[in-house]
Design a protein around this ligand. Sequence first.
Ligand code: MN
Length: 197
Amino acid sequence: MRRGRIERNTAETKILVEVNLDGSGSYDVQTGIGFVDHMVEQFSKHSLIDVTMKVDGDLHVDQHHTTEDSALALGQAISQALGDKGGIARYGSAYSPMDETLSRVALDISGRPYFIWKAGFTQEKLGEWDTELIEHWFHSVGQTCGLTLHMELLYGTNNHHICESLYKGFARAMRAAVEIDPRKGGAIPSTKGQLGG
Ligand SMILES: [Mn+2]
């Protein structure tokens, strides 16, 4: 089982994240922001990565630190669980429909963070969550996980659907990319012999 565990304590947030890449999509998520919990739960369910996430953040300031730091810790935990990335599929992509919305996510666990975001929201909030933090969540998780991550909303109008389709697409792309390909015999999937940047 490929597992990662990150504890991250600062003056702004106290965070515990545990992941199991070879899980079944079970989760225990408590960030203090209901909509973030809903999205991280979707990520776990559709990536089949088990996720424990406990966050005690400075929500009396705003939601920025809690959103950013929990995403950074999740990316770090997944990176830790991947180890030297031997045998992984490395690439993943998904078209993600949700009613009237369609998103496309393509990613490479390259070790070289790069982020393309072509999506937007017409509401300022989803639940109590500031929608401007959605882009920041994906940027942050990709930074510490070492992802080349391309995310695009192709079309859609309902803000809840747009956000959820992006999370589910990300989940399904990650599910494919972290999968062990038995034909690789544990080899690191790069002609460089390493995936560290
Ligand atoms: Mn929903």
